[in-house]
Ligand binder design. Structure first.
Ligand code: ATP
Ligand code: MG
Length: 458
């Protein structure tokens, strides 16, 4: 039945005019026929749901949290949908804040947990925040706001995938399925609601979301949904780089980096996020660099599993390394010293990348340090090794070095040396340094000052 419903919806569904269509009847599943229990819902989310309900509003859990519970996962956070307007929600909860301008939602804070409350919205105002730029004149109108609100049926249809369009009613604990959501969660398939091409055009980020959910959940992307993606992938170039940076973090720093990468390649999305990296990976040392990238992604996934901290700087440093290496070759052969060649290549790589995904400066500064340390890690004579270890980025640079060795980008040895050096006591360290002999960058040379003027960037 739900599949038929979806087919019917897909047929009549025309974005921009949902009110003219027949809205879908939900399939309502009573409490004793579904497994969602209040024990799985956070105290904070329940407080918001009950608070709205007691004030006479409709209150539903919606989207990702239900999908996650039904597929046996712990939800990352809880989203609530209601017919109360943001102002009404805001008045109801002391620790709440209205966020956004065109599409206002309310954040209700309980300690460190934030519950996102959105008002039922109709389809003709799509979710694409980028449209703000093109519709600035609509910003101020009250009319727009009134038109924006919709019924729960309309709200279900403007969501992206069927697996994200399920509702749990706090009034009677029923599940409301408007789009064959339960079926698709059970069958582990990702299905865009409505006509895929139209919905991707409205918001190209949905293509990345399809890749992400597939990677995260291990779900298969339905053929009709996946089919148009490679041809439409170029639309990502129209999405503001800041939003794409956020999406890349969700793809690569949520514990499923390798799968995300594989999906992005498969759907031909990767090259519109990282054009220069894509190009470098097609080149001569492409396989080695890809091996390094995959090793970094596995590392990141493992760290997250162990609850260790991860930083966007690390994964970005690896992603841009092939670009830098490739460009450096040219600078070196034109006679620039390595440090300057690296500096120039890094500047170019970063300047080009931020046009696609806006890497904030606090991360790119760290990336530069990690790259620069790659040149210095092999100069260990005298007191240099100890000084390097004091460097705030030493640990990251050392991990980076190990990856390069692991992938075969450089010959093994140096990484091992550093591993031992960190483990040894002072006396053994001195011995290790003296054993370096002429390798390791010579201690005396350091004092000779270069008089050459430093080259400027670009
Ligand atoms: P997760 O939080 O695990 O990443 P999620 O499904 O909760 O997954 P969010 O980005 O938190 O994803 O969005 C919450 C809900 O809002 C989604 O479940 C979906 O229904 C809707 N949504 C989010 N982004 C879009 C979009 N670009 N187009 C349409 N609907 C969207
Ligand atoms: Mg969410």
């Amino acid at each position: 039945m739900p599949r038929k419903l979806l087919e019917r919806m897909t047929r009549w569904f025309k974005p921009g005019s949902p009110k003219n269509g027949i809205l879908p009847e939900p399939r309502i599943i009573p409490r004793d026929q579904h497994p969602i229990s209040r024990k799985q819902i956070s105290r904070a989310a329940l407080d918001v749901l009950y608070g709205l309900h007691k004030a006479g509003f409709d209150a539903y859990l919606v989207g990702g949290c239900l999908r996650d519970i039904l597929s046996g996962r712990q939800p990352k956070d809880f989203d609530v949908a209601t017919n109360a307007t943001p102002e009404q929600v805001n008045r109801l909860f002391k620790r709440s804040r209205i966020i956004g301008r065109r599409f206002q939602i309310v954040h209700v804070r309980f300690g460190r947990e934030v519950i996102e409350v959105s008002t039922f919205r109709a389809m003709n105002r799509d979710d694409n925040p980028d449209r703000d730029q093109h519709h600035a004149h609509e910003e101020t109108g009250l009319v727009l706001r009134d038109n924006t609100w919709g019924s729960i049926e309309e709200d279900a249809l403007r969501r992206d995938f069927t697996i994200n369009a399920l509702y749990y009613n706090i009034a009677d604990f029923t599940l409301h399925d408007f789009a064959g959501s339960i079926n698709d969660i059970e069958n582990q398939v990702i299905h865009l609601i409505g006509d895929p091409q139209t919905r991707f055009r409205e918001d190209p980020v949905r293509m990345l979301r399809a890749a992400r959910f597939s990677a995260k959940l291990g779900f298969h992307i339905d053929k009709a949904t996946a089919g148009p993606i490679p041809d439409m992938a170029e639309l990502l170039l129209q999405v503001p780089a800041a939003r794409l940076f956020d999406e890349v973090l969700k793809l690569f720093l949520s514990g499923h980096a390798r799968h995300s990468y594989e999906q992005l390649r498969e759907l031909d999305l990767f090259r519109f996020l990282f054009p220069e990296t894509h190009q470098a990976l097609q080149g001569e040392h492409g396989e080695t660099w890809e091996a390094m990238l995959l090793a970094a992604m596995d590392n990141t996934d493992r760290r997250l599993e162990l609850n260790k901290p991860v930083t966007p700087a690390f994964i970005y440093a690896v992603l841009l390394w092939p670009v830098i290496q490739q460009r450096m070759g040219g600078y070196l052969s034109s006679g620039l010293p390595p440090a300057q060649a690296l500096h120039k290549s890094a500047t170019r790589a970063l300047n080009n990348q931020i046009k696609h995904t806006a890497v904030p400066r606090r991360f790119s500064a760290v990336m530069r340090e990690m790259w620069e340390l790659q040149l210095r890690l092999d100069k260990r004579a005298g007191k240099r090794a100890d000084a390097l270890m004091e460097h705030p980025r030493f640990r990251a640079a050392y991990d980076f070095l190990l990856l390069r060795e692991q992938a075969g980008e450089i010959k093994p040895g140096l990484g091992d040396w550093w591993t031992r050096y960190q483990e040894e006591d002072e006396q053994s360290r001195r011995q290790m340094i003296s054993q370096l002999g002429n390798q390791g960058g010579g201690g005396r040379k350091r004092r000779r000052r270069r008089r050459k003027k430093p080259a400027t960037d670009n």
